[in-house]
Design a protein around this ligand. Structure first.
Ligand code: 13P
Length: 246
């Protein structure tokens, strides 16, 4: 399967930062993997125009579960598709924490994303306390069961395992711990969905140029969801290079 390196810009970036996109495309015009940037919603349209005809796709970071209506400040999946997005991140731990998003809510948003023709990038992962309590597999298993609706395929779903305690901290699980969760998620997917071996499983949480190659070499790791290191073309490009040489 073709792997995917995705960048989640979170609440970072204004039009001046589109220069990073141009710089990345200059150094990685034919990267040997799929590349995706998920900028803030304000940049989706402009970035989509900028990358047209290149190997870089554009996604969003959230959508509303409804098609339209009285939801001040929210954005529907169809609006994101109209702006040029092909993917949308759903259920990121920062949204689960900051906005109280539940598995059921993420599930509803995933259905909305599919209705609009978007690829849903559903995030799951345990907190530090849950890992310490030995609950990692039961937590991610529950999140997978309750956040991902029936009908998932390799064409409409990307799953991202992002341990909450590894996000933005510079700490990562051991390679064995990442491998354990990814092989568990693969088995859980296979129990529910035909073609599950082709559904991309990304690892996210403090992925950097210097640890990317070792993580990408693991079985069942089909790419990465990168936060901080996606903001600079040089760092993101180094991670893309690590993936294509792993
Ligand atoms: P960092 O790479 O900054 O740890 O963020 C990971 C993440 O949350 C991507 O969605």
């Amino acid at each position: 399967m073709r792997k995917l390196v995705a960048g989640n810009w979170k609440m970072n970036g204004t039009s001046a930062d589109l220069a990073e996109v141009t710089a990345l495309l200059a150094t990685h015009p034919a990267p040997g993997c799929d590349m995706l940037f998920c900028p803030p919603a304000t940049l989706v349209s402009r970035m989509s125009c900028l990358v047209r005809g290149t190997t870089l796709a554009v996604g969003a970071q959230d959508c509303h579960a409804a098609t339209a209506g009285a939801h001040t400040g929210d954005i529907s999946a169809a609006m994101l598709a109209d702006a040029g997005a092909s993917h949308v991140i759903l259920g990121h731990s920062e949204r689960r924490t900051d906005h109280g998003e539940s598995d059921a809510g993420v599930r509803a948003k995933t259905i909305a994303a599919w209705r609009a023709g978007l690829i849903a990038m559903v995030c799951l992962g345990e907190t530090g306390a849950e890992r310490d309590a030995g609950e990692t597999l039961s937590v991610v298993g529950r999140q997978l069961r309750d956040s991902v609706p029936e009908g998932a395929t390799a064409a409409n779903l990307v799953l991202a395992y992002e341990p909450v305690w590894a996000i933005g901290t510079g700490r990562t699980p051991t390679l064995a711990e990442i491998a354990e969760v990814h092989s568990f998620l693969r088995r859980e997917l296979a129990a529910r969905f035909a073609g599950a071996t082709e559904i991309r499983l990304l690892y996210g949480g403090s992925v950097k140029p210097d640890n990317a190659a070792a993580i990408f070499a693991l079985a069942d790791v089909d790419g990465a969801l990168v936060g901080g290191a996606s903001l600079k073309a040089a760092d993101f490009g180094a991670i893309v290079t690590a993936l294509t040489t792993a």
